[in-house]
Every structure is written in structure tokens, then in C-alpha cells.
Design a protein around this ligand. Structure first.
Ligand SMILES: [Zn+2]
Length: 506
């Protein structure tokens, strides 16, 4: 028996899964058989591997070669197995010592010339190798910084198959990669830049404190995008586990910056309304990539000009946002990515997007109503906060000319409020007010009737639905947490109502 074994890593969603590569050589008609559920890309990799071996000066064995990838039941995608396949074949052929690859984990795509190309998903792959007890990982040189985010694993960067062969023959060992200190995350835009817009500033603070989805309306130039962009800065930094998960998602999506930082801030994703459904939720040919909604995991998904998004697209977003995960199905496999994102919608009051009162706007009241009603329905139902921003007039601007609070000041209040909410919700499995189902909220933490009078009247009048009432309660609790009061009073109820009943001027 001439069976050689080595290791690589496949991806299942955002997690790596160890894949053992086995190569068996026997006499018989020369040829290669690949077994173990490989997809079309992996099958093509045989041609790349053969060309790379020959072009790197090696000899392709003229034997009967059987290559197995196990566990067989796990679907295997992408080109990251090339290097492990090449190493195993060369070891089976005796070009390099068999034992040299036994404990090694190899990641990387091969070019026809033998160059080792960077791949996506290196971070989750190396994490999986580390957790499986492997201590040495060979990665493409372009992925070395990313691989080195995982502690306790020796990262061996390689740029060509020839260099790998030299390493395995011990004629010229690869040098372990040492990465420098992690780059500081670039500064986020500051809330102090937003002059005026007291209601908008308040809305993002409340949204950050309670995790509430937010809907901002207002004429162009009112600052909707500015405010949304400042939301990540108000959210707490990601803990280590979340940071690794978010960084892994961006690694698989191919959106991790070149210097491969660990992403410790809440991500901000703002897909354009012309984005395709696969771009939003995930998909693509070959290896399935996470879409914008998944890249916004633990952060903000901002849909600017939300009524311009096709209705079907908005409806498709609803379930994943509710469940916190999205599953993309293929004929042979399905992949699930996490997507616990906070949604921020922004909309102009009318389709022509002229500032309010601008004489150039010729939209009829009917056109305006129709424009806004594009968003009605199940998606809006999930949004606790709706705020209508006034145009930034001279008066409103002067009004806000006191020094606006900075992100640091507001973020401290947000952090304190989140702590209070988490302490109250302990034992429920929830941490944010936005996550609390209405019934649990009403039964477990009743608010005195006297405080609720205003909301109950709105309910009787029909200005508020029962679900709307629950949303008012959720926001009122966040306002109480921000104010440091134990239970929402009439003031918190009134303010929450105001953030609910706002209507776009039709
Ligand atoms: Zn108009």
C-alpha cells in the first residue's frame, strides 16, 4: 500500500472543517480518480495540480492515482485544496518524504505555473486547524497576515510549489511568518460632525442602545446617511468571538482589507438599490459567498433610498433578519451564514427627491403616497423607530449650534443603557430591548397604567395597532435605560410614541 495522507480545510458556512486528503498509487492504467463529493472547481483543480507539478520541474507519476477527500459526506467547494492535493501526490510518488506531509495542513490555490495563489476563508480555516490540534499550517504568502490572526499556530507562507517541495525535502525550509502589531482600526465618523438634527441624533442613540431597527425619512441633505454612518461608532466593540466571526465572514466574502486586520467594530454595509439578490443575501458561482446582509452581521445594514429596492428583495430580507441567519441552497448543498444585523432604512419623501418646499418638485400627493407605500408591510412591521427629519434650515442649524455631543460621549451612555437592559433581561437569553417579544414584555415587566395613558388613548383612537403598542413599550424601556430610571414613566411613553407615530408628510 502506498497511501499518503495530509490535511486541508473546507468551509461549511463561516466555519472551517478539516478535510483529510488521501492519495493511493497503484499499478494499472495511468489516470486519476477523485472521490469524496468534490464540486466542479475541485475537479478542475486536478488539471491545475498536474500542470503546476510539471511546470515546477516535478514529474507527474504515470500510475493509477486515487485521491480521496474525507469526510466524504461534506460538500467541498473552491480551489483551496490544490496545494494539499499536490503535496500528497508528490509524497505518494516519492518526490518528497511521505512523513513530511502527514501532520501538515495545506491551504492554497495553484496557478498553472506552480505559483501559489491567495484564497478566501483563510482565517476560519486556520482556526479550524488550530482547534483540531494542528500546529503548522502552510498558506499562500498573500494570506499569511490573515492566518497569523490565529494564535498558537505556526504559519508557513509559501509563494510557489517549488518552494513547498524544497521545504518538504528539508533543503530550504520555509520561514514561519511573524506579523507585526495589528493595525488600529481607522477612525469612524463622529457624531459631533452632525450639526442640528436633534431628533435624528436622539434616534440613532436610542437605536444603538436598544438594538432597534430604524427608519429615517426626510428630504435629501437632511443628514440621513450621515446619521446612519455614525451608528457603528455608538455600538460596543465586538468581543473576541464576534470579532473572529465577523472577520471570517469578510474573509470568505473577499472583502477583508489587504492588511488583514481583526474586525473589532460593528460593520456597516450599504448596498445600492440596484444590487442583485445574490449580492444582498449571498450566492455566486463556485464557492458560495456571503452577501451584504451577512457582511453586516453584528453591525448595520443600511438601505438608502429604501423604496427604490425591488419589493421582492425587501421581502426576502425580512426572514433572515428575523431569524439571524440566511441559508443559501444549491442543488447538492446548502450553506447557512449568520446575519444578526440592525436594519436602518432611509427614504426621501417623494420619488423626485427634491428638498421639501422646493418648487421644482412636481410629484402629486398620490405619487408621494404611492412612493411611501412601497415600503409598507411586513418589513416596516419589524421597525421600532421611525423618525422624520426636517430639512436643515438656517434656523434648525443655528438651533443646534451648541457644541454637539461627540460619539464618545453618546457611546458611553449607550454602553451604560445596554448594561442595564442586559441585567434586566438576564435569564431570558436576550440582551437587547428590541429582541423582547411584546407579550413577554407586558407580562414580565408591567408598566403602571397611569404612565401608559397616552399610548392607550392612541390605541383606542386607532392611531396605534397592538403590535405598534408593543414597539412603543420596547422603545420606552430603552429610553428609561438611557435615562437611568427603573421603569418608563409618562415622559418615556410620550417620547416613544413620538418616535412611532411620525409620518412622512404626504
Ligand atoms: Zn417630488
Amino acid at each position: 500500500m502506498t497511501v499518503v495522507r495530509t490535511w486541508s480545510v473546507g468551509l461549511v458556512g463561516v466555519h472551517g472543517a478539516m478535510v483529510e486528503v488521501e492519495v493511493d498509487m497503484s499499478s494499472g492504467v495511468p489516470g486519476v480518480a477523485l472521490v469524496g463529493l468534490p464540486d466542479a472547481v475541485v475537479r478542475q483543480s486536478l488539471d491545475r495540480v498536474r500542470a503546476a507539478v510539471v511546470n515546477a520541474g516535478g514529474e507527474w507519476p504515470m500510475r493509477r492515482i486515487t485521491i480521496g477527500l474525507s469526510p466524504a459526506a461534506m460538500p467541498k467547494q473552491g480551489s483551496g485544496f490544490d496545494l494539499a492535493l499536490a503535496a500528497a501526490v508528490l509524497a505518494a510518488a516519492g518526490t518528497v518524504p511521505r512523513t513530511s506531509v502527514r501532520r501538515l495542513v495545506l491551504l492554497g490555490e495553484l496557478g498553472l505555473d506552480g505559483a501559489v495563489r491567495a484564497i478566501r476563508g483563510v482565517l476560519p480555516s486556520v482556526l479550524a486547524a488550530s482547534r483540531a490540534g494542528h500546529r503548522q499550517v502552510v498558506v499562500p504568502a498573500g494570506n499569511a497576515d490573515e492566518a497569523a490572526l490565529v494564535e498558537g499556530v505556526e504559519v508557513l507562507p509559501v509563494d510557489s510549489l517549488g518552494a513547498l517541495v524544497a521545504h518538504l525535502k528539508r533543503s530550504e525550509p520555509l520561514r514561519p511568518h511573524l506579523r507585526g502589531p495589528l493595525p488600529e482600526p481607522p477612525p469612524l465618523p463622529d457624531l459631533a460632525d452632525v450639526v442640528g438634527q436633534a431628533a435624528g441624533r436622539r434616534a440613532v442613540e436610542v437605536a444603538a442602545a436598544g438594538g432597534h431597527h430604524l427608519f429615517l425619512t426626510g428630504p435629501p441633505g437632511a443628514g440621513k446617511t450621515m446619521l446612519a454612518e455614525r451608528l457603528p461608532g455608538l455600538l460596543p466593540r465586538l468581543d473576541e468571538e464576534s470579532a473572529l466571526e465577523v472577520t471570517a465572514i469578510h474573509s470568505i466574502a473577499g472583502t477583508l482589507p489587504a492588511e488583514a486586520p481583526l474586525l473589532t467594530r460593528a460593520p456597516f454595509e450599504a448596498p445600492h438599490h440596484s444590487a442583485t439578490l445574490p449580492a444582498l443575501v449571498g450566492g455566486g458561482s463556485g464557492q458560495i459567498r456571503p452577501g451584504a446582509i451577512c457582511r453586516a452581521h453584528q453591525g448595520i445594514l443600511f438601505l438608502d433610498e429604501a423604496p427604490e429596492f425591488p419589493r421582492a428583495v425587501l421581502d426576502t430580507l425580512r426572514q433572515p433578519l428575523e431569524r439571524g441567519s440566511v441559508t443559501i441552497s444549491r442543488a447538492t448543498s446548502a450553506v447557512t451564514f449568520p446575519c444578526r444585523a440592525q436594519l436602518v432604512l432611509a427614504a426621501n419623501p417623494c420619488p423626485c427627491a427634491k428638498a421639501a418646499g422646493d418648487s421644482a418638485c412636481t410629484c402629486s400627493p398620490l405619487e408621494r403616497r404611492r412612493y411611501q407605500s412601497r415600503l409598507s408591510g411586513p418589513l416596516l412591521d419589524r421597525i421600532d423607530l421611525r423618525v422624520d427629519l426636517p430639512p436643515v434650515t438656517r434656523a434648525a442649524w443655528l438651533d443646534g449650534l451648541g457644541t454637539p455631543e461627540s460619539t464618545a460621549v453618546v457611546a458611553a451612555r449607550v454602553a451604560a443603557a445596554r448594561q442595564v437592559a442586559a441585567a434586566r433581561l438576564r435569564g431570558t437569553g436576550l440582551t437587547l430591548n428590541a429582541q423582547v417579544p411584546g407579550r413577554l414584555l407586558r407580562e414580565r415587566w408591567p408598566i403602571p397604567r397611569t404612565s401608559l395613558a397616552l399610548a392607550e388613548r392612541a390605541l383606542e383612537r386607532g392611531a396605534l395597532s397592538v403590535r405598534g403598542f408593543d414597539r412603543v413599550l420596547r422603545v420606552a424601556w430603552t429610553l428609561a435605560d438611557l435615562a437611568g430610571v427603573a421603569v418608563p414613566g409618562p415622559g418615556e411613553i410620550a417620547e416613544a410614541l413620538g418616535m412611532r407615530l411620525q409620518r412622512v408628510a404626504a
